[in-house]
Design a protein around this ligand. Sequence first.
Ligand SMILES: O=C(O)C1=C[C@@H](OP(=O)(O)O)[C@@H](O)[C@H](O)C1
Ligand SMILES: C=C(OP(=O)(O)O)C(=O)O
Length: 451
Amino acid sequence: MSSAVAAQPAVSRSNGPLRGRVRVPGDKSISHRSLLLGLLAVGETRIEGLLEGDDVLATGRACAALGATVERLGAGRWRVQGVGVGGLKSPDAPLDFGNAGTGSRLMMGVVGGHPIQATFDGDASLRSRPMRRILDPLALMGATVVSAAEGGRLPLTLKGPETALPLTYETPVPSAQVKSAVLLAGLNALGETVVIEREATRDHTERMLKAFGAEVTVEPHGAHGRLVRLVGQPELKPAHVVVPADPSSAAFPLVAALIAPGSEVTLEGVMTNPLRTGLVATLIEMGADIELTNLREEGGEEVADLVARASPLKGVDVPAARAPTMIDEYPVLAVAAAFAQGETRMRGLHELTVKESDRLAAVHAGLIACGVEARIEGEDLIVVGQGRAPGGGEAVKTHLDHRIAMSFLVLGFAADAPVAIDDAAMIATSFPAFVDLMRGLGADISLEAGA
Ligand SMILES: O=C(O)C1=C[C@@H](OP(=O)(O)O)[C@@H](O)[C@H](O)C1
Ligand SMILES: C=C(OP(=O)(O)O)C(=O)O
């Protein structure tokens, strides 16, 4: 298991308007997938704009342990010499995924489709997260769980079958990680693997598999769902991956600009894949002044420059069906909702309870600590916006969760009194440049001496 990183308390405070033009780092989902597909292609994959956060670096090390040569050529520029579908070896040591759900779960798909064995481990947060959602379909494809902690959790050892069976699988929860794990296992199955999802989730795996030469088709399914078919045992060809800026990271300076009076911030080249834009749609409904300019395509994804200006916001009702398109953005949406006038109800947040922390509980507790009225009703979070937030309470508990840490630092940029968080260290998992980038826009964040 990864050794615990020392906690890094931090404080943010209001410091006038935020202004400037920045590019947030590469998308985390696409970064993980570019390394994994690089491993599974035969030959040299080049990646530009890879997110060099701890989560993605752990995936890079795991790909190397399964036989790829993974090299850093410069800032965000990486080369992966892949061994091809069917060409993987069992790693010599446990794979340590740190805090990364995506890296560990997608790699379980890769291992579960190959005649190899690997042990997966991670930090206390990752050890607490459910893995049965991945292990169940992999078992149907022939994989065996050699050992696991209680409830099928990490640390666990997974053994893939001699020949993976193709599977038709309807995902029981809306999860791109489950869908992707089944498709990645299906790469080494004889025949066609089909994944059906009732609610469409981010489609980066499907798009990238096509770009690497796999035969993949996607059809609509039901009112909001999709059916994905993959033909097994392709020879994947290496690709040149250009990683667009991560909309889930852009969410933090975006909301900061909306709530800090007088701000105007431009975020360059942010991915606008419609399965990732639920937050922007919701903020616009709340009255946010967000302009999408310079719409273009980069690396097979739509991107735009987003211009966000401080705006009066109003409370809205966010339907549960929108959750898959903004699943990681609820913590920072809750912060925006605190500065709105009126109630914002975010519906159907059950999946938030199984992220790096129980985000439903952590966001609620953090808002209360900052003097914001909020309540949980069933699976809904209700924030009673007063157009301001007092701040100045006890340090917000972040529970090893990078998005809780960044969200409450953002709240502090516009609160009446400074906002303290107990630990900013996990921000390095997804957005290592966060503090510097926000300071560059004029934000006041201080890192305090550890406890
Ligand atoms: O596939 C991915 O890259 C991700 C899928 C989502 O998780 P779920 O599949 O659990 O919803 C999201 O929360 C995570 O940050 C990244
Ligand atoms: C849920 C997240 O990531 P993961 O599942 O990869 O840990 C996230 O980044 O918010």
